[in-house]
Design a protein around this ligand. Structure first.
Ligand code: DPX
Ligand code: MG
Length: 558
């Protein structure tokens, strides 16, 4: 039996659970797109541009565990590279496939369209290697299967993006059918010696310590450690806090859950919990300048055990090659059981009383109404901006998901990412919180939500500008042209009733808009929430001041 190179890739995608791939056509990838279209069980979904295509794949990977975006050479791929940087920063296995020039043109000195106008077509491959963990260029059918398998295996093993370049005259060449997928799926090293020693060292580290706290980090999901973390919390009976970027990675109805640890904008009591702990088990943490509030809130020292996706550092010893899930599972089975020491009734939940219907809409009222929408089936995608602080403050029902991009932080990511996420998990209710500034970068993808009839509810928070930047450092550059955001839906020809654009100036108008959104099941509903520019979370103001201070540090002169 044989197939084509495009058919081989298509079959491999379905074997790893990718039922859709995202694409923008270009003459370098049209034959490849035909090969992918021919695969049963693999749907081709189109995007407005290649940046959105990359972000849609990133969102799909959040839902399905892997994703694929197909773009054309150079003019397409260079836009998608930004989204690949995001997938790398957020630990998501996105496979970027780029069409490429005819193999006969290499080395001829000829000038090709869509290129820099030089005869060297290798610059894209050089650029993409900086944002991927594996990259391959195909030139023939002979080594194509091995190269395709290599990038797929690396993407899954490391939960990171990879790249495949397929010339336009190679995509339909004949090659053998793919074999079983098992060898490409993640398998952890069976080195039990190091694992056992890491666990033993941690058990003795914990032995004499009373105030144990687990801090859940944003790499925990990519390391497949969510369930193991709950088991460990049950075993240790300890308090559990999360970093902001790990929102939704630990059940908030768990008796040990004690909120978000984020320095001076932590949940009430969470900062003291970490400061007073004598043992902090950090599971998949990312301590960057934003998450440590300008390097101020960064748990370090002998009381910290670092459990990273592929290594453990505890009591001054580094145990390499130990995968997080195996380690946390073994620790939860061997640690002495302790009684429950934490009680999340101590977690004070934000309570805001409903405003009268005619009252001007406020941020708190907006969040009260959005919070009431969130259920176990909800996926809330929250954009960079005050939406971060609003989303992190929500108290989530078990199994609700929050998607954030707090490492990469590319404004505009939320709309295409939610489009991809909704494509990959149509059974869930999808909500987006996105500011006016961010929305202006990638608004087109709402048109695809209309085209594919995805009932995403988009809360467009119109506070007239880049408020997070205004709070960090104000200037004329933080103010933008105001759009008729609610009216934009009509520009996307939503007249078939597949899309709704509404505006909410008051508490009552928001409640009505949400009712309409819940009934609109055949397309997106964009609700423009108008807020005063000064009406932002206190957390943003306090956090912004600290970050501004950190940015302003003068160069150290020695
Ligand atoms: C301009 C920028 N960041 C700089 C930036 C600029 N360009 C890209 C691609 N990504 C970025 N983060 C940011 S966070 C704006 O405040 C976002 O404004 P908006 O979406 O309106 O949200 P808020 O009003 O809540 O801040
Ligand atoms: Mg704004």
């Amino acid at each position: 039996m044989s197939t084509t190179i495009g058919g081989y890739l298509a079959k491999r995608l379905t074997q790893i659970g990718v039922d859709h791939h995202f694409a923008v056509a270009g003459d370098y990838n049209l034959v490849l797109l035909d090969q992918l279209l021919a695969q049963d069980g693999l749907e081709q979904v189109y995007c407005c541009n290649e940046l959105n295509c990359g972000f849609a794949a990133e969102g799909y990977a959040r839902a399905k565990g892997a994703a694929c975006a197909v773009v054309t050479f150079s003019v397409g791929a260079l836009s998608a590279i930004n989204a690949l940087g995001g997938a790398h920063a957020e630990n998501l296995p996105v496979i970027l496939v780029s069409g490429a020039p005819n193999t006969n043109d290499h080395g001829t000195g000829r000038i090709l369209h869509h290129t820099l106008g030089t005869s060297d077509y290798g610059y894209q491959f050089e650029m993409v290697r900086h944002v991927t963990v594996a990259a391959e260029r195909l030139f023939s059918a002979e080594d194509a299967p091995a190269k395709i398998d290599h990038v797929i295996e690396r993407a899954l093993a490391l939960s990171k993006p990879v790249y495949l370049e397929i010339p336009c005259n190679v995509a339909d060449l004949e090659c053998p059918e793919p074999g079983p997928i098992e060898a490409l799926l993640p398998r952890k090293p069976a080195c039990n010696t190091t694992l056992d020693q890491a666990v033993a060292a941690t058990l003795s580290f914990l032995e004499k310590r009373e105030q144990v706290v687990i801090l859940v980090g944003s790499k925990l999901r990519a390391a497949h450690g969510l369930d193991a973390a709950v088991k460990l919390a049950d075993r240790l009976g300890c308090a559990v806090t999360i970093t902001a970027a790990a929102k939704g990675f630990f059940p908030e109805d768990h008796p040990g859950y004690r909120g978000v640890y984020w320095g001076n904008v932590s949940s009430p009591g969470a900062e003291a919990l970490i400061d007073n702990a004598d043992a902090i088990l950090c599971l998949g943490p990312v301590f960057n300048d934003y998450s440590t509030v300008g390097w101020e809130a960064w748990p370090r020292g002998e009381k910290v055990a670092l459990v990273n996706p592929d290594d453990v550092v505890v009591a001054g010893t580094h145990f390499g090659g130990v995968d997080l899930r195996s380690f946390v599972t073994a620790l939860s089975e061997q640690a002495p059981r302790r009684p429950l020491s934490a009680d999340n009734s101590a977690l004070s939940l934000p309570v805001s009383t409903p405003l009268p219907a005619e009252a001007k809409l406020t941020n708190d009222e907006m969040m009260r109404q959005i919070g009431a929408l969130v259920t176990a089936d909800t996926t809330l995608t929250a954009e960079t901006g005050d939406s971060w602080f609003n989303a992190v403050r929500l108290h989530l029902p078990a199994k609700a998901r929050v998607e954030l991009e707090m490492q990469w932080g590319h404004i505009g990511w939320s709309v295409p990412s939610a489009f991809g996420n909704a494509t990959g998990s149509p059974e869930r209710q999808h909500i987006v919180m996105v500011g006016d500034g961010s929305f202006q970068l990638t608004a087109q993808e709402v048109a695809q939500m209309i085209r594919y009839e995805l009932p995403v509810i988009i809360f467009l928070i119109n506070n007239r500008g880049y408020v997070i930047e205004i709070k960090i450092h104000d200037g004329p550059y933080n103010y933008i042209q105001n759009w008729d955001y609610a009216g934009l839906i009509n520009a996307f020809n939503a007249s078939e009733g597949h899309g709704l654009g509404l505006r909410a100036n008051t508490a009552g108008e928001l409640a009505e808009a949400i009712d309409k959104a819940r009934q609109n099941r055949r397309g997106p509903t964009l609700i423009e929430c108008t807020l005063d520019r000064e009406d932002c979370t206190d957390d943003l103001v306090r956090w912004g001041k600290e970050v501004a201070k950190t940015n302003a540090r003068p160069p150290v002169t020695n």
